[in-house]
Design a binder for this molecule. Structure first.
Ligand code: HEM
Length: 152
């Protein structure tokens, strides 16, 4: 069960990264070249937020099942001296939560903007900030914070 969740959480990370990159690209080109905010742009905005929400749910499930998170909440004082355990228990979870909140707010705001340039600009700014936070908090094999493989 736990290894399946970790596998899914690791895999969905790529969907989050790819969809966000594409949405930011469409936001940037749409704003810069004064394009019309099409149905496709709206679908990209919607699905990017939905994929992030799916990852949030998997993340919460991983959090409730992880042996190291259980250890953290049982022996917090001792566990705080272990950076890797502290990283997932607090830093990773909180930064990702914040990023997904920002992404959700950005998606909702973009949807409600009255003009197409405003829709693109709002999506671009909020999604870009969320992307930065997510990129920093992902345990890439090259990350100085914590390392996990590219694929499980
Ligand atoms: C966009 C959001 C997120 C992304 C891209 C993401 C990505 C990742 C990746 C790539 C890993 C390493 C998986 C592996 O071991 O191969 C990981 C681990 C983990 N994530 Fe996330 N995550 C996100 C959100 C969350 C959230 C919101 C939570 C909790 C509320 C969470 C909890 C965890 C935990 C507990 C682990 C490590 C478990 C362990 O090693 O025992 N993640 N995450």
């Amino acid at each position: 069960m736990y290894s399946t969740l970790i596998f899914l959480h690791s895999l969905t990370r790529w969907l989050v990264v790819i969809s966000l990159t594409y949405a930011i690209y469409r936001g940037y080109t749409g704003f810069k070249f004064q394009k019309t905010f099409t149905k496709t742009d709206n679908a990209v905005r919607h699905w990017t937020a939905t994929i992030a929400h799916i990852q949030l749910i998997i993340g919460i499930l991983v959090y409730t099942q992880s042996p190291s998170i259980k250890y953290f909440w049982k022996h917090t004082r001792e566990a705080l001296r272990n950076w890797d355990v502290t990283f997932y228990s607090l830093v990773h979870a909180l930064i990702m939560l914040l990023a997904i909140v920002l992404l959700t707010v950005g998606s909702a705001k973009s949807k409600r903007m009255p003009t197409d340039p405003e829709k693109f600009k709002t999506m671009l700014i909020w999604f870009f900030i969320a992307f930065m936070l997510i990129f920093i908090a992902i345990p890439w094999p090259f990350s100085p914070l914590s390392n996990r493989p590219f694929f499980r």
